[in-house]
Ligand binder design. Structure first.
Ligand code: NAP
Length: 329
């Protein structure tokens, strides 16, 4: 089968396009004929070795796949021809999705709801599930709370806005003014410019008394600012590194503990299969309702994977996501 893979971890130049044997499924696996995959920042972190995880070599790249069931054992619960998706390949010892076929453990495979466009779906699977985990597993969001979303026009941030609004929270989105309409369309009550030098004051005016939850989906990681905008008992969820705030932000400890605040970090790669399945239910619900979509999605052939890995490595995606067509079949 055609595949995009690396024989050793390293820069995007290590990616090869070529033929590999079709995967041999285990008894609880489903073989998926992959139609589309994508390139997430996480795929670049696995490829480079910056996110340490066991991988077979050669490693087929890619977490996410949308396709149809090609082979399924009776105990898997799937039938040949069903449209399906997965978002946990290519790390944790599993082969990836950027190939014509992938063997997927049945408990990591979900049905694509009827009427959902596979191209639109593939770009939001990983960001959508990440957003669900950030809000509900780690952020413990409750209806009626105010949540501030940093990076709200990005792929993860946009999904955070959509899930939080659906859950009955009041969403303050931090994004560029040019992206305000997109964020409002996802359900944001207000959109604030993240480059505003008096951003803490703007949040305080929009949320007198403070926010219950801040989700930083951009890696801004300004802990001092978060402590300023959070209400007592507030929670900050961090999930990315590097965008301006650097990796060693300063935490004003006295204000932090005296107001019972919490900072929580996570990676989706450590989510359990049950957590991923719950997140997948949420993703499917929003997809069916047409409430989850990348701000800018482009379809390209699998051969564009090297260029797309360079883009995410350089941080030049700005909310853009690509759907890679795995072959012409
Ligand atoms: N922990 C996990 O499990 C997990 C899972 C998925 C992703 N991630 C991480 O999450 C991050 C975002 O991924 P993504 O796919 O959503 O990327 P993305 O689509 O490129 O979105 C990033 C967003 O952050 C905004 N941004 C950049 N610098 C900012 C700043 N200083 N203040 C506020 N906003 C800023 C960008 O705004 P502009 O468009 O205006 O530049 C963009 O909208 C990546 O670092 C990724 O590795 C982590």
């Amino acid at each position: 089968m055609e595949a995009a893979f690396v024989e050793r971890l390293g820069p995007p130049g290590e990616i090869r396009l070529g033929l590999l044997p079709r995967p041999a499924p285990g008894p609880t696996d489903v073989v998926v004929r992959v139609e589309l995959t994508t390139v997430n920042p996480a795929d670049a972190l696995v490829r480079s070795g910056a996110f340490v995880t066991p991988v077979p070599l050669p490693l087929v790249l890619g977490r996410d796949a949308v396709g149809t069931v090609a082979e399924a054992g009776e105990t898997t619960g799937f039938t040949v021809g069903e449209p399906v998706w997965t978002n946990s390949l290519g790390h944790g010892g599993r082969q990836g999705a950027a190939a014509q076929y992938a063997a997927v453990s049945a408990d990591r495979l979900y049905r694509l709801p009827p009427g959902v466009d596979p191209t639109a779906a593939v770009t939001v699977l990983h960001p959508g599930a990440t957003a669900w985990l950030a809000l509900f597993r780690h952020g413990r969001l409750r209806p009626g709370e105010t949540v501030v979303v940093v990076g709200a026009a990005g792929n993860v941030g946009g999904a955070v806005v959509a899930f939080a609004a659906e859950a009955g929270a009041r969403v303050l989105a931090l994004a560029r003014p040019a992206d305000a309409e997109y964020c409002r369309g996802l359900g944001a009550a207000e959109v604030l410019d993240y480059r505003d030098p008096s951003l803490a004051g703007a949040v305080a005016r929009a949320a007198p008394g403070g926010a219950a939850l801040v989700v930083d989906a951009a890696g801004r990681n300004d802990l001092a600012w978060a402590v300023e905008v959070l209400a007592p008992r507030g929670r900050l969820v961090v999930l990315a590194g590097g965008a301006g705030g650097g990796d060693r932000p300063v935490l004003p400890v006295a204000a932090f503990y005296q107001r019972d605040l919490t900072v929580r970090g996570f990676v989706i790669s450590r989510a359990t299969v049950d957590e991923l399945a719950e997140a997948a239910e949420g993703v499917n619900r929003l997809l069916s309702a047409g409430r989850l979509a990348s701000r800018r999605a482009t379809v390209r052939p699998l051969s564009a994977i090297v260029e797309e890995h360079r883009r995410v490595t350089d941080g030049t995606t700005h909310g853009r996501r690509v759907a890679l067509r795995t072959s012409t079949h």
